[in-house]
Design a protein around this ligand. Structure first.
Ligand SMILES: [Zn+2]
Ligand SMILES: [Zn+2]
Ligand SMILES: [Zn+2]
Length: 90
C-alpha cells in the first residue's frame, strides 16, 4: 500500500522530496521550509542517519512532507509540528 502525501501527491516511500511549501508566519512573513539535513536544532551533535528522513522518507536535502515530525520550523527552529508560530495550513 503506497502512502501518498496529501500535499505533493507523491508516494512517500519513493519520492526524494516534497514540494517546497512556503510557511507563513503569524505576523505575515514568508519562510522557506528547511530541507532534511539542514536542521539547526541538531547542531550540538551529528546524528548518523541513512540518507533518508526517518519519519517521512525524503532524501537528504529534500523537503519534508508536511506533518513530518523531523521537520524544523524556520521561524523558531523547534519541531514544526509542535510549534505555533506559523499559520495552520488551509
Ligand atoms: Zn509531500
Ligand atoms: Zn521528514
Ligand atoms: Zn516555530
Amino acid at each position: 500500500m503506497p502512502v501518498i502525501c496529501q500535499y505533493c501527491r507523491r508516494d512517500m516511500q519513493r519520492t526524494k522530496s516534497c514540494d517546497e511549501f512556503i510557511i507563513g508566519s503569524n505576523d505575515g512573513k514568508d519562510f522557506h521550509p528547511i530541507p532534511f539535513g539542514k536542521e539547526t536544532r541538531f547542531d550540538d551533535y551529528n546524528p548518523v542517519f541513512s540518507d533518508t528522513c526517518p519519519d517521512c522518507g525524503v532524501r537528504f536535502g529534500g523537503f519534508h512532507h508536511p506533518g513530518c515530525d523531523w521537520e524544523e520550523c524556520p521561524i523558531c527552529h523547534e519541531q514544526i509540528i509542535s510549534c505555533y508560530c506559523h499559520e495552520e495550513g488551509e
